[in-house]
Design a protein around this ligand. Structure first.
Ligand SMILES: Nc1nc2c(ncn2[C@@H]2O[C@H](COP(=O)(O)OP(=O)(O)OP(=O)(O)O)[C@@H](O)[C@H]2O)c(=O)[nH]1
Ligand SMILES: [Mg+2]
Ligand SMILES: [Zn+2]
Length: 309
């Protein structure tokens, strides 16, 4: 759904009010969720506070829904429309939905605090399995010394074809802007990487809270606690999300995991055994590719690690 008229946010015209009465059911998009409550932007640009019909929950930022408005400013969600993509986070015990219908994940990493390569790997697997585009942003490049080491680590992913941008969100995000056009992007990454700082640089009106890493991590609470969707222009949107420890992958079966690693694709199906798990089997095409230097050993090691999850 695209907003029919941005001005309508400020001035609902008589004709749209009539159209709503006739229709009753209104299309909307979830822009934020707070427990069972969520904020929905209707097709007429109104922001309503909604709950799901019955005691159901499960809507997430980016969801397209049908709703009925009840009292002024409030509504009830009747139906979640089919999702084009879905991303999960994992806290080690259970998985929760991060966002729906995103077409691009912007994984934000920084040299301080240090980032987890496993999180990047999991993000790439999640993205490949849903055919979501990935952009890696190395933020805080003003911290020159530590950035050099971080950039070296990330060169592996750049070599695999994932675009890698370097920036200091505190100074300028201009290099990112062309990549956002036409996408519903989600900013994802560990706490303290600078996602909300980056969001504020793109959309100053958002005024997202940001915090010194020590404050945020010492308190054990992430600075951002709720995802929120913002409009960049008429066809580009972006979601700021709370820091995540891991992307949830439990919905991906072991036999499909290798498809999450782009450079493995030419070798899938080439092993001696049909059910090869590429661990230590004889004549395994992937192990051979590592030995020949065609696949980076770090990537196969991450694959093994994820197999056991
Ligand atoms: N030096 C430097 N610090 C930055 C930059 N961008 C963000 N920071 C700082 O990093 C800290 C964390 O930034 P946030 O934007 O709150 O991080 P976040 O990723 O949104 O964190 P969560 O909401 O907890 O997930 C803040 O102190 C920011 O000022 C940057 O480009 N350079
Ligand atoms: Mg944040
Ligand atoms: Zn194999």
């Amino acid at each position: 759904m695209r907003r029919k008229n941005r001005q309508a946010i400020y001035n609902l015209s008589a004709s749209t009010k009539n159209a709503r009465k006739e229709k009753q059911i209104v299309d909307g998009q979830i822009i934020a969720t707070f427990g069972r409550h969520c904020s929905v932007e209707t097709e007429y640009g109104e922001i309503l506070s909604c709950v799901m019909r019955g005691k159901k929950s499960g809507v997430t930022c980016g969801d397209q829904v049908e709703l009925k408005s009840t009292t002024p400013g409030q509504g009830v969600i009747e139906r979640i429309k089919p999702r084009s993509t879905l991303l999960y986070r994992s806290d080690g015990f259970k998985e929760k939905i991060i966002a729906a219908n995103v077409s691009q994940i912007i994984i934000v990493v920084a040299s301080v605090p240090s980032f987890s390569e496993e999180l990047i790997t999991r993000c790439l697997v999640a993205a490949e399995s849903e055919a979501i585009q990935v952009l890696i942003v190395l933020n805080k490049v003003d911290l020159i010394e530590s950035t050099r080491r971080a950039a070296e680590k990330l060169s592996l992913y750049k070599a695999l074809g994932y675009p890698l941008l370097q920036m200091s969100a505190q100074k300028s995000v201009a290099v990112l802007q062309p990549y956002l056009k036409g996408h519903l992007s989600v900013l994802a990454g560990q706490s303290g990487m600078g996602k909300s700082t980056l969001l504020n640089a793109l959309i100053p009106e958002a005024k997202r809270a940001t915090a010194e890493i020590s404050t945020a991590l010492d308190s054990g609470v992430h600075t951002t606690t709720h995802s929120h969707l913002y409009h960049i222009d008429s066809d580009s949107d972006i979601i700021d999300s709370p820091g995540i420890q891991e992307f949830g992958l439990s919905h991906i079966k072991d036999e499909n995991l290798a498809w999450g690693f782009v450079e493995f694709h030419p070798y899938i199906g080439q092993c001696k055994f049909n059910n090869c798990r590429h661990i230590s089997e004889p004549s395994c095409a992937l192990i051979q590719a590592v030995q020949e230097g065609k696949i980076n050993a770090r990537r196969l090691a991450f694959y093994h690690k994820l197999l056991n999850h």
